[in-house]
Design a protein around this ligand. Structure first.
Ligand code: NAP
Length: 318
């Protein structure tokens, strides 16, 4: 009932916080929620807005569209390639971003709801894109966010776009000796479970790493945009299409929740945001349970090993 109430009766606040002087990265910003969030951030005066996209032609089209509606100067928006299905692309993007004079916001929005089994970088595609590369990029850019905090006396934000569907995942695999190995077994792949599961893994990892950023000068939050119209799950079939028809927020309204995360203050550090506000009561019962805490520790332990195998020493950035 809470879901239906939010979808039908709650309209996240129209963003008005100035972003003047800020450098902001939005991943997956050529379409959907990322593009509409980028449009808000351009309107709010960001000095540099980087559209991090896997399809740069689509990124350029988004840049021109945003420029035409916000009348921001052509120097503000830049389109940079980032493909989360490739660790080399993530690393190249982060190396480039680390050379920026400052970084105020990394809004990690890009994600997929894969409709079939596929493997990227040795892991099932949803795990690679939504979880492994998302946290790889986060860890790669933590030093830049932290140094920007010190150098400019600001409080940079790292925001991860998750979903309330994290509560739909059964996640029986958390009790297996090797969680990622089990999830990477094609014979056990459940296409309907995988997207919500990837969003649950994001929340679990987030809860493990957020406390270590206390006192670092930057903040990390995670958010749920609600059900929104976008390109996501375009092949998911009639049930979702009907739900979206009756309940989905339009993309612009949904994107306000992303902007709320991107401009949030210290109150959102380590917190889950829902309807554009900090609201930990919206975390799933599993996440808040003792089993959820144990699963969170276990998932992070395994993910740390994976991240260390991609780049030795990377978890030291926390
Ligand atoms: N829409 C909803 O109801 C809803 C609800 C809860 C949470 N979310 C979350 O919101 C975020 C944005 O989703 P959306 O609904 O706006 O979906 P969308 O319209 O499909 O946008 C997803 C974005 O991610 C990009 N992307 C996909 N794979 C990528 C990769 N390998 N490397 C780099 N970028 C990649 C897409 O690029 P291409 O255009 O090239 O594919 C696109 O720009 C996702 O994290 C999603 O899980 C959405």
């Amino acid at each position: 009932m809470g879901f239906i109430y939010s979808q039908l009766f709650v309209k996240p606040t129209y963003p008005t916080t100035s972003c003047a002087g800020q450098t902001i990265i939005v991943t997956g910003s050529n379409v959907g929620l990322g593009k509409e969030a980028a449009r808000h951030l351009a309107r709010l005066g960001a000095s540099k807005l980087i559209l991090a996209v896997r399809n740069t032609k689509a990124g350029e089209a988004a840049k021109h569209d945003i420029e035409s509606t916000t009348r921001c100067s052509p120097e503000v928006i830049e389109v940079w390639p980032l493909d989360l299905s490739s660790y080399a692309s993530v690393k190249a993007f982060a190396d480039r971003a680390s050379k920026l004079p400052r970084l105020d916001v990394l809004l990690e929005n890009a994600g997929i709801a894969a409709g079939k089994w596929q493997v990227f970088e040795g892991h099932e595609s949803t795990l690679t894109v939504n979880v492994i590369s998302t946290f790889y990029l986060a860890l790669l850019l933590l030093p830049k966010l932290k140094s920007s905090a010190k150098q400019f006396g600001i409080m940079p934000r790292l925001t991860i776009v998750s979903s309330e569907v994290h509560g739909h995942a059964k996640f029986a695999e958390w009790k297996e000796p090797k969680i990622f190995d089990t999830l990477d077994d094609e014979s056990k792949f459940d296409v309907w479970e995988r997207y919500p599961l990837s969003k649950l893994l994001e929340v679990l990892v987030f809860r493990q790493i957020a406390p270590s950023l206390e006192g670092s000068g930057m903040t990390l939050n995670i958010l749920n945009p609600g059900l929104c119209h976008s390109e996501l799950a375009r092949d998911a079939g009639w049930t979702l299409a009907i739900m979206k028809f009756f309940l989905a927020r339009n993309t612009e309204v949904g994107s306000r929740t992303l902007v709320a995360g991107a401009v949030a203050g210290p109150e959102a550090q380590g917190k889950y945001m829902h309807d554009g506000k900090v609201d930990e009561s919206e975390l799933s019962p599993f996440v808040k349970s003792e089993d959820g805490r144990l699963a969170s520790e276990k998932v992070w332990k395994e993910l740390s090993v994976i991240l260390e195998s991609i780049q030795p020493g990377i978890t030291g950035n926390l």
